[in-house]
Write a protein that binds this ligand. Sequence first.
Ligand code: GLA
Length: 387
Amino acid sequence: MTPRDILIERVSAAFRRAYGEEPVRIVAAPGRVNLIGEHCDYNDGLVLPCAIDRETMIAIGPAHHGEIRSFAADFDDDSDGFSATAGVIDHAEADWKNHIRGVAHFLRERGIQPPAANLAIAGNVPMGAGLSSSASLGVAIALALSMHADAKVDPGDLARIAQQSENDFVGCACGIMDQMASACGTEGAAVLIDCQSMKQRAVPISESLAIVIIESGIQRILTDSPFNTRRAECEAAAEHYGVDALRNLDPARLEPERGDLDEACFRRARHVVTEIARVRRGIDAFTTGDTASLAEIMAASHASLRDDFQVSIPPIDQMVAMLAEKIGDRGGVRMTGAGFGGCLVAVVEKSLAEDVIGWVEHDHNRMAEVQASAGIYLPSKGAHLLR
Ligand code: GLA
């Protein structure tokens, strides 16, 4: 059985356990890893994430009790329910419940009113690791509930609904990248998203490359990290330079017009403009499998996140340095995601992938307090109906 078959069985069994019948349909939405373009999405910049072969599945069927009921196999079979018709959807205490309630709320704002339903949820995206388990949950719910309401919502809108729900219902000021990757991913490719025009396109990843994700084991919780402070600093920098978003700041103006901009905001701006340039350079390197360029571009991205955006932490820096030295010019490695713990991503020659895993699990873990783990991930298809 593949991990996907196991998950289908788990979500179906959860549905039967909760409701005593078979679901009508099952949908899935993947997690994501960002290859390059960190903290660029909420600055209207470019990002290059890819959907991964870990996903959240929702089994759904109709109901007569007038509620949208959910049953979460990964939260000790905890359950939730709210009226499918009452005007206002209240907040719940648990975040997982608010992801569902928030999506239902924003579907309604678009005139889509999902009728009463039974849902069961199960996933294999590691939670709190920086691989966007929340975004995959939001996108999966948006797809499941919109289909249940017989509404056709395109992937970009599924992503926006899930993001709105996170921003304004769950209370996390994330950008659009994670949801777009989860909604719009293509097998074998990363998704290049222009967060200004909101245009996206598939960027094939060379067959010669493997994506290795290293979970540092240091858990991060986005709402607790200084994520919101970084957003505010970027906005302050944009205001200083008189642009509506840092995307529109010409790199040539950075130094000469620095004026009295404080050091932190200046550094945030420098990270964003240089990172957007790295995305542009990275596209070709990922497609052609140019590992020497990847080594250089990803090292520069990590240094910028560490020194200018200041979202890395010493144990992650040490792991990146150790791996970069071992990988040499056969691939790149850097922290990925929001930062302050979470994951590293290495994109390396296929033949090197097992060595990278070995270095993490033996060489690194022998010396480290917190044990890391690593695995090979495949660029995968975005949210879709399974059956
Ligand atoms: C988190 C957010 C994304 C993005 C990244 C940093 O994952 O949810 O929108 O800002 O951090 O690139």
